[in-house]
Design a protein around this ligand. Structure first.
Ligand SMILES: C[S@@+](CC[C@H](N)C(=O)[O-])C[C@H]1O[C@@H](n2cnc3c(N)ncnc32)[C@H](O)[C@@H]1O
Length: 274
C-alpha cells in the first residue's frame, strides 16, 4: 500500500477533524488570496479525503481536482457535493489514485494542495516530485500539516488526552504508525522541498477553530480507534491502554464533559520551483 488508505475512516473522519462552521470557507478564501487565484486557476488536492478543504472550492465553482486512495472517502465527498445548494459545477473531478503516481500529464495545475497527508504517504519526496511534475511553471505546492504545531494552547483537555494516550502506548512499548514514522512537522516538509530545489515560504493563512470537544469525547474517539495511528495496535494492547487512559481520565478531570475550543492557525508550507 503506497500510503494509509482511509477506507475505514470514511464514516467518522469528519467527527475527528471537523472545523467549526465558516472555517473551511475562510481557508478557501485565504488560499485563493495567497496564490492570487482567478477563475482560470487549476487546483489539485492530493489526499482530498471527504473534502474538508475541497468543498468550499467546489461550491464556489473553482477548477478543482481531487485525488485519494480511498473511494469510500471520495464517496462521502460526492454525497456532500450532491447535497450542496446549487452545486451543479462541472469544474471539479475526483480520482481514486496514488499521489505518488498521479494520473495527469506534466504541467497541468497551477496549485497543488496537500493537507494532513504528508505523514501518511510512503515516500514524501516522491509525492513532492509528482506534485512538481504536474505543476505548471510558476505553480505552487502548498502543504498544511493541520496538526499539533498549529494549536496555540497545549493545555486543552482534548489535547492532553491525546498526549497521555501516546505516553501510555510508549510506556507499554506499543509501536504505533505515528511513533514509527514520527509526526511530519512543517520544518521537515520545508527540508524535503529544499532538497528538491524548491524555494520555500511558511505562511499563516487563516485562524481556525475546530468543533468544540471535551476530554471525554476525545477519549471516546481514541478508544474507538478513530485515529489512523491506532489501526495496527493489537486488541489486547488497545484494551490495556484504554483501561489506563480511563483511570487517568477519572483522576485528572473534575468534569471531563466540559467542551473546549481548539484554536490555531492554518499554517501553509509553500514551495515554488524557479
Ligand atoms: C487525514 S486524510 C486528509 C484528507 C483531507 N486532505 C483533509 O485535510 O481533510 C488523508 C487522506 O489521504 C489519503 N491517502 C493516504 N495515502 C495516500 C496515497 N498514497 N495516495 C492517495 N491518497 C492517500 C487517505 O485515504 C485519506 O483520505
Amino acid at each position: 500500500m503506497p500510503g494509509v488508505t482511509f477506507d475505514r475512516a470514511a464514516t467518522f473522519y469528519d467527527a475527528t477533524r471537523g472545523y467549526a462552521p465558516g472555517v473551511a470557507e475562510r481557508i478557501h478564501e485565504a488560499v485563493r488570496a495567497y496564490v492570487g487565484a482567478t477563475s482560470e486557476t487549476r487546483f489539485l488536492e492530493i489526499g482530498v479525503g471527504t473534502g474538508r478543504i475541497a468543498l468550499p472550492f467546489i461550491q464556489a465553482d473553482d477548477d478543482y481536482t481531487g485525488v485519494d486512495l480511498s473511494n469510500a472517502m471520495l464517496d462521502v465527498l460526492r454525497a456532500k457535493i450532491r447535497q450542496s445548494p446549487g452545486a451543479a459545477s462541472n469544474r471539479y473531478a475526483l480520482y481514486q489514485a496514488d499521489v505518488m503516481a498521479l494520473p495527469f500529464p506534466a504541467a497541468t495545475f497551477d496549485v497543488v494542495l496537500a493537507v494532513h497527508i504528508m505523514h501518511l504517504v510512503d515516500d514524501r519526496q516522491q509525492t513532492i516530485r509528482e506534485a512538481r511534475r504536474v505543476l505548471k511553471p510558476g505553480g505552487v505546492f502548498i502543504s498544511a500539516a493541520d496538526g499539533p504545531e498549529d494549536h496555540e494552547d497545549e493545555e486543552i483537555p482534548a489535547r492532553q488526552v491525546r498526549m497521555r494516550w501516546l505516553e501510555i502506548l510508549e510506556e507499554m512499548q506499543v509501536s504505533t504508525s505515528t511513533a514509527r514514522s514520527g509526526w511530519i512537522t512543517d520544518e521537515i516538509v520545508v527540508g524535503d522541498l529544499q532538497q528538491l530545489g524548491a524555494q520555500t515560504e511558511v505562511v499563516h493563512l487563516a485562524p481556525y477553530h475546530r468543533t468544540p470537544v471535551s476530554a471525554r469525547q476525545m477519549a471516546n474517539l481514541i478508544e474507538a480507534r478513530m485515529f489512523s495511528s491506532d489501526w495496527e495496535t493489537s486488541e489486547a494492547d488497545h484494551a490495556e491502554a484504554t483501561r489506563r487512559l480511563e483511570q487517568w481520565l477519572a483522576a485528572t478531570f473534575d468534569d471531563p464533559t466540559e467542551l473546549y475550543d481548539m484554536r490555531g492557525d492554518f499554517i501553509a508550507v509553500a514551495g515554488r520551483w524557479g
